[in-house]
Write a protein that binds this ligand. Structure first.
Ligand code: FAD
Length: 332
């Protein structure tokens, strides 16, 4: 990913798309068809495949990564969490990713470690599984990947423009609390930062500025990729922003509340809002190309409209036409 970013002109824009593995075979087939269309029509710089906390989707995430990396030849970033699952599973996932030709891992902690449970000697899992001794924080996974694989994997980590929250902390963790640990992750070898979703551009810009100007110097040039979630419905928006502690600026909320009874209108206004966010952010100074990461929720239509409206879709290059064959050549 960082090689691809570095190869772009410094004033270029790029984007990535995130997908999660469907639960059923039918869902997988549907997503396969959708991904093929999106790969051809949208040409993302890379795609992300999520990982169920504790390894709950390991086989399905790897199957989806195989589809995107191998079959569709999309540069793929596999998410990997490290808590509440065995080190064996981490090793298998990394080895499998390597076999598939995946060169990018988003190194995450996942859910807070269930340390009490594991340390309970009466718990049969305690003997089988030493995961907690190896991995407590995402930084442990970054170090582990770098130690085991050197620079084979380009490693990304998560950043939280409006602070972090999870079940382990009833109190929301502020950016101030989180920053030293983000420095640690970067010093451990993280190659890029991908952020939690947000709708408050000012809050995001403040965060990015803080990182760029941080005394440690850890964030001077590292790619920081802002996370954006297209609006699919008013309910989903309210739920996801609550869960991720993303604030909804009053002006944004008002525009959506006005149409909240009409799903199509919500999507339309959402496309306007997201396109405006992208336009605003394009104008902000950045040490390299400006990227945008879209949490697609596996949906195609709304993200396509945002990408078209924001002119983020790269032109078809002769190499792409040659690779995709006759069918695309005709369209191009
Ligand atoms: P960490 O960097 O370990 O941080 C977790 C918390 O602990 C933070 O509050 C931090 O400040 C604090 N902390 C860190 N180190 C220390 C330390 N040494 N001492 C004390 N406190 C410390 N989850 C999934 O399950 N699957 C996914 O695919 C997935 N994808 C994601 C993609 C993105 C872009 C983002 C932003 C999040 C994603 N998540 C995913 C959610 C993520 O797993 C959770 O937010 C998790 O609670 C924290 O993960 P982290 O990697 O940020 O953890």
């Amino acid at each position: 990913i960082t090689d691809k970013i570095a190869a772009l002109p410094p004033d270029a824009n790029y984007f990535s798309l995130e997908f999660f593995p469907p639960k059923t075979q039918q869902g997988f087939s549907n997503l396969h068809a959708r991904l093929s269309r999106m790969a051809q029509a949208l040409r993302p710089l890379f795609v992300n495949i999520t990982w169920g906390a504790g390894g709950s989707t390991s086989a399905k995430s790897l199957a989806l990564a195989e589809l995107t990396q191998r079959s569709l030849q999309l540069t793929t970033c596999l998410h990997l969490t490290c808590t509440n699952m065995s080190r064996k599973l981490v090793d298998e996932a990394l080895e499998q990713a390597k076999v598939l030709g995946v060169r990018n891992i988003l190194a995450l902690r996942g859910d807070p470690p269930r340390s009490e449970e594991y340390r309970d000697p009466t718990n049969p899992l305690a003997e089988e599984d030493d995961s907690n001794k190896d991995f407590t924080w995402a930084v442990d996974l970054v170090r582990y990947i770098k130690k085991q694989y050197g620079d084979y994997f380009c490693v990304g980590v998560a950043g939280y423009p409006e602070g972090h929250s999870d079940q382990s902390h009833p109190e929301h963790q502020s950016v101030d609390h989180d920053l030293p640990y983000l420095v640690e992750k970067t010093k451990a070898g993280a190659d890029f930062i991908m952020t939690q979703l947000f709708y408050d551009v000012e809050a995001y810009q403040k965060y990015e500025r803080r990182l760029r100007e941080h005394d440690s110097g850890a964030f001077k040039t590292i790619p920081i990729i802002p996370g954006l979630m297209p609006v699919q419905s008013y309910q989903i928006l309210r739920r996801t922003t609550k869960l991720s502690h993303a604030s909804l600026p009053p002006a944004v909320l008002k525009r959506l509340e006005t149409v909240k009874g009409d799903d199509e209108a919500v999507k339309r206004v959402g496309v306007d809002i997201l396109s405006e966010i992208v336009e605003d952010m394009k104008g902000v100074e950045n040490p390299g190309p400006r990227g945008f990461h879209f949490y697609t929720l596996n949906l195609e239509k709304v993200v396509t409209q945002i990408l078209e409206r924001s002119s983020l879709i790269p032109p078809v290059t002769p190499a792409v036409v040659a690779y995709k064959g006759e069918h695309v050549s005709e369209q191009a």
